[in-house]
Design a protein around this ligand. Sequence first.
Ligand code: FMN
Length: 177
Amino acid sequence: MTDKILVTYATRYGSTQEVAETVAEILREGGFEVDVQSMRTVRTLEGYGTVVLGAPLYVGKWPKHAHRFLLRFEEALVKLPVAIFALGPIHDDEDEILGSRVQLDTELKKYPWLKPVALEMFVGKYDPSKFHFFDRLIASMPASPIYKMPASDHRDWVAIHIWAGKLVSTLQPTPAR
Ligand SMILES: Cc1cc2nc3c(=O)[nH]c(=O)nc-3n(C[C@H](O)[C@H](O)[C@H](O)COP(=O)(O)O)c2cc1C
């Protein structure tokens, strides 16, 4: 048996990684052994009893490397408890959250074999000063929903702590394969 948990994340600008690290810390405080790793660098799920996946939404989609991770590790993931969190809307706004939730559900439908034991979406961070070329281009277009949108960070650390705390009590790690 192993109680070891992998918290793995996809990120473009680091905010999902920071949430993943916080979730990992809370799981550790709950008595689990936890590794935190980018989805880009995970080579095997051997030795893990549970996987926590965190990924942001960009233009309605998960990043490509999140999809690659799911395709690559499907066989292992179907046998393990998997918890998922997404970073989505930029503002703590009901309509925005609902829209992002629809986007997340659409992404999840692509993986009918994925049956998360826990699923949550958190409001994200928006920092145009860090943008790579393509996002700067999107943000510079007057028709874009993020045109001239100021930087913000509405990540709700209390909600993140509560979700991770619940995971500590609900996760039932299975034997590693
Ligand atoms: C160009 C751009 C497009 C985005 N599109 C969406 C979106 O379609 N749906 C959504 O919920 N959030 C969207 N977001 C918000 C991000 O998911 C949020 O900023 C998240 O915290 C980014 O995570 P990261 O820092 O780990 O890359 C977008 C952000 C940017 C910069």
